[in-house]
Design a protein around this ligand. Structure first.
Ligand code: FRU
Length: 557
């Protein structure tokens, strides 16, 4: 049955904001209830080929019909395309960056609205593609889009048209996170379609596919995994797809019905037809109630999985955030099943979550994460209509028993001339908040960054407890933890610091540990102070000018 007559009843396609298909119904959500001409009627037994309106819900602005038996999926996708084109036009106004003193100079941040997870990070047909979760209209988590940027060199990024909008019956409350696969000339995006049904907002999740032939426009194919794995709640999302032992695997972050986080695995031979393989992670016991955003790759001969376990209690009283991040080792048996062991944190700062990695053509494993956390939004930048940014790009290696993270070597092209200076219980005005510093500190030293008359970020090497303490209590912080402590056993501590307006990334002891944090201080808080004595190498950081054909994002958009 054609959808046109339903849409006419709902005030025309311009008035339709969402389509939903809960169970045996077909629901249209509208902008303006006054334009709806549908009238509620009582369903009868023999009306399957009819247009039968069974509910008009003014609270949800939804008109509910019985689902006709012959509804064609191509017709539904066509309606999705029409809604998508309206959403693209509306979102254009949000693509103009607002003025804000906290905007990064070289990190990726949204022009307006809220950014969260990086998505679909991949090298495809000669360039790098990166997408991110974007809520364009407000600084809140709502109906996520996939924004799209590309780069030839992992330094300058150019904005592309929006890749995916929440336009279809399977993703209309959010095109949630996922990964990309470069499959010949096709760029394939696997993501979670999120919908909320009814006044109780029941969550429905499916794993969906969108394909692009030109790397710019994406054609949604709909759900490729339409039902939940056995014993898994609707918290099942964030597909990572990779090739292993002659087949494609899809990993999903999942919550089992007993409220334990696990990884669900699906398999495929052609990237379109998927079958359930199993639930993994039993040997990890209770490691939170949900594992989000899995990634998995081989590095220096080891297999590693990244996950975001939620519901973890920290041993530190300063650490109140239940959303952690980390990795474990993966052991394959017969190339078929996996055993996990040895969970370790990936980042020890305040703001780090949902990282993704890609392999560069020259064989390096590069990571980017969200410099934010699921429950934190009240940051000073919301006054200017945007919130959150991504981390810098980091190169990973596996050494000894841990993942080592170092700033991507390409980032060196942002360095101005090096300045070497010594501080001995003294201060220095760096004249900028976007800089790189390298220093080796003795235990007992205290370094303050972003220092102004009333604000600073304090890094203390506490000799008594052999811990590095990062303290952002003297900043413009509005919510969230203020202190992190990291035990270290080295005889001195080397810091490689990347700062950018309102963020800092500390690479400790040559990348053995990393602490990523948003730090809001006034624009003129550009001093550093050291209690103790050390020699610093300092560079101002700025993106190199690109050739005239490309418009640089200046990290801000
Ligand atoms: C992680 C996450 C993902 C989800 C996405 C929605 O931050 O909750 O699990 O797909 O964000 O934006």
């Amino acid at each position: 049955m054609s959808l046109a007559c339903f849409i006419t009843d709902c005030g025309g396609i311009q008035n339709v904001t969402r389509v939903l298909i809960p169970d045996d119904d077909l629901v249209f959500e509208v902008r303006d209830m006054d334009l709806v001409t549908a009238a509620q009627q009582l369903p009868s037994m023999d009306d399957v080929e009819e247009k039968v309106c069974i509910e008009i819900n003014t609270l949800l602005k939804q008109v509910r019909y019985k689902k006709p038996a012959t509804l064609a999926s191509a017709d539904l996708l066509a309606v999705g395309k029409q809604i998508a084109s309206q959403q693209r036009v509306m979102a254009q106004a949000c693509e103009v960056p607002t003025e804000c003193e906290f905007r990064p100079q070289w990190h990726i941040a949204p022009p307006q609205g809220l950014l969260n997870d990086p998505n679909g990070f991949v090298f495809h047909n000669g360039q790098y593609h990166l997408f991110y979760q974007w809520s364009p209209y407000s600084c809140e988590h709502k109906d996520k889009y996939w924004a799209h940027i590309v780069s030839k060199d992992l330094l300058g990024w150019q904005r592309q048209p929006l890749a995916l909008t929440p336009s279809d019956w399977f993703d209309s409350h959010g095109v949630f996170s996922g990964h990309a696969v470069s499959n010949g000339d096709e760029l394939m995006l696997f993501y979670t379609g999120n919908t909320r049904i009814g006044e109780q907002r029941d969550r429905h999740t499916t794993q969906c596919l969108a394909v692009s032939a030109d790397g710019v426009t994406f054609d949604k194919k709909g759900p490729v995994v339409a039902t939940l794995p056995p014993q898994v709640t609707p918290h099942c999302r964030d597909p990572k797809v990779f090739y292993h032992s002659n087949e494609w695997l899809m990993l999903l972050g999942a919550q089992r019905e007993d409220m334990r986080g696990r990884l669900a695995v699906y398999k495929s031979n052609n990237l379109h037809d998927w079958h359930y393989h199993g639930l993994y992670g039993e040997e990890m016991g209770d490691l939170g109630y949900m594992w989000e955003c899995p990634d998995m790759f081989q590095l220096n001969g080891r297999w590693v999985a990244l996950i975001g376990p939620q519901g973890i209690e920290s041993t530190s009283p300063h650490h109140t955030v239940p959303h952690h991040n980390g990795y474990f080792d993966v052991e394959w048996s017969d190339g078929q099943s996996m055993t996990f062991s040895g969970f370790k944190n990936l980042d020890h700062g305040f703001d780090f979550y949902a990282p993704q990695t890609l392999a560069t053509p020259d064989g390096r494993r590069v990571l980017i994460g969200w410099m934010g956390l699921p429950d934190e939004i009240n940051q000073p930048s919301i006054d200017n209509g945007w919130v959150h940014q991504l981390t810098c790009l980091r190169e990973l290696t596996y050494q000894g028993d841990r993942l080592i993270q170092r700033p991507l070597q390409e980032l060196k092209s942002m360095q101005g001339a090096v300045e070497e200076f010594e501080l001995n219980d003294a201060s220095r005005d760096l004249g900028t908040k976007s800089f790189e510093l390298k220093v080796e500190l003795q235990w007992g030293s205290e370094l303050a960054l972003f220092k102004g008359s009333h604000h600073e970020l304090k890094i203390t090497l506490d000799a008594d407890i052999r811990s590095l303490r990062l303290d952002r209590s003297q900043t413009l912080i509005r919510e969230g933890d203020q202190i992190r402590e990291l035990p270290l056993s080295s005889s001195t501590v080397t810091l490689h610091i990347l700062a950018d307006s309102s963020s800092v990334e500390l690479f400790i002891n040559d990348g053995e540990y990393v602490m990523s944090s948003r730090v809001f201080t006034p624009l003129n808080a550009t001093n550093i102070t050291l209690s103790g004595c050390a020699t610093f190498s300092f560079w101002r950081l700025a993106l190199p000018k690109l050739n005239s054909a490309s418009s640089n994002l200046k990290g801000c958009e």
